[in-house]
Design a protein around this ligand. Structure first.
Ligand SMILES: [Ca+2]
Length: 158
């Protein structure tokens, strides 16, 4: 999210101008930043949720048989909110549960990604469609081609 595209910068400028032209709106023209959230989804059980702290998120599905498949962040350099995909099945599997990031409010916002147990593939559209890119290990920035575009995630080897 933080790698601001020029269209977003223009929108912010328009907001400032609109606020200046309206005497009643003395509040900050910038929307307040959302507090970071830490989300976990356990594919084996279907349990998922977002929490205020990383340790709360880590408790969800912390059983030994579950592995962290990979993580995504809403900002570059693992900043902003964090989402951990956890499961016991492992790699080379297209988890149908991960076909639509908007289910968790994560559509078109991923800016950094980490393949942990598996490489992580980001897809431009939901249901694993459109442009896609596979990331190995930690990537501080997913690149201009995929920034703020991912709508589904898979862990299949490519
Ligand atoms: Ca998208």
């Amino acid at each position: 999210m933080r790698m601001v595209r020029s269209s977003l910068a223009l929108a912010a400028t328009a907001l400032v101008l609109a606020a200046a032209a309206t005497p009643a709106s003395a509040a900050s023209p910038q929307p307040a930043p959302r507090a970071p959230k830490f989300c976990t989804y356990v594919v084996d059980t279907g349990e998922g949720g977002c929490f205020a702290t990383r340790s709360q998120a880590a408790e969800l599905g912390a059983q030994a048989e579950y592995k962290d498949l990979g993580k995504i962040w809403s900002d570059s350099n693992s900043g902003g909110s964090e989402f951990t995909f956890r499961g016991s099945v492992g790699c080379n599997w297209r988890y149908p549960e991960f076909n639509d990031l908007s289910k968790w409010g994560w559509n078109d916002t991923v800016s950094s990604a980490q393949g942990i147990t598996c490489p992580i593939t980001l897809w431009e559209h939901n249901d694993f469609r459109g442009a896609h890119q596979t990331y190995y290990g930690y990537n501080a920035y997913v690149g201009d081609g995929m920034n703020d575009k991912a709508s589904s995630v898979s862990f299949d080897l490519r």
